[in-house]
Write a protein of this length. Structure first.
Length: 150
């Protein structure tokens, strides 16, 4: 038995949370991990995995992200065709093409756009929320509203 075949997707950990539930004997700890996967050619996905240890949680998150892949039609300049805006929970994100400026984005939005393969894009999070998972989901919702690659 060898190692598993390498995936065509790169992945980055967006957020790791140690969550606790209280049981009769004390506290039980587990991990909730948000992972972004992408092929840097227009496909990107966001997934969440929960488990007793970090490596199992990452595997579950990557599997979940593969189920939720979206395909975005990038322009010839590796940008997006037009401006998009989306809201998820209290997170609001705006993404717009910006020819010649390179990547101007922060936090979760930057990670997702890098793994998508977008280059000349600027993004802004209009949100008081620092929740990376919700900011990531708002970004995915905005990208999903773009035309699909054929």
């Amino acid at each position: 038995m060898g190692r598993p075949a390498p995936s065509e997707y790169d992945h980055k950990i967006l957020d790791i949370r140690r969550v606790t539930r209280v049981v009769a004997g004390g506290r039980r700890f587990s991990f909730s991990i948000a992972v972004v996967i992408g092929n840097k050619k227009g496909k990107v996905g966001l997934g969440v995995g929960k488990g007793g240890d970090i490596s199992a949680s990452i595997e579950k998150a990557v599997k979940d992200a593969k189920k939720h892949l979206i395909t975005v039609q990038l322009t010839k300049t590796q940008s997006i065709p037009h401006e998009v805006y989306a809201k998820f929970s209290s997170s609001r994100v705006e993404i717009r093409p910006s020819p010649g400026r390179g990547m101007v984005a922060g936090s979760a939005v930057r990670m997702i756009l890098e793994l998508l393969g977008a280059k000349d894009v600027s993004a802004k999070i209009f949100s008081k929320s620092k929740n990376k998972l919700n900011n990531g989901r708002a970004t995915m919702k905005a990208l999903a509203s773009l035309p699909v690659a054929r």
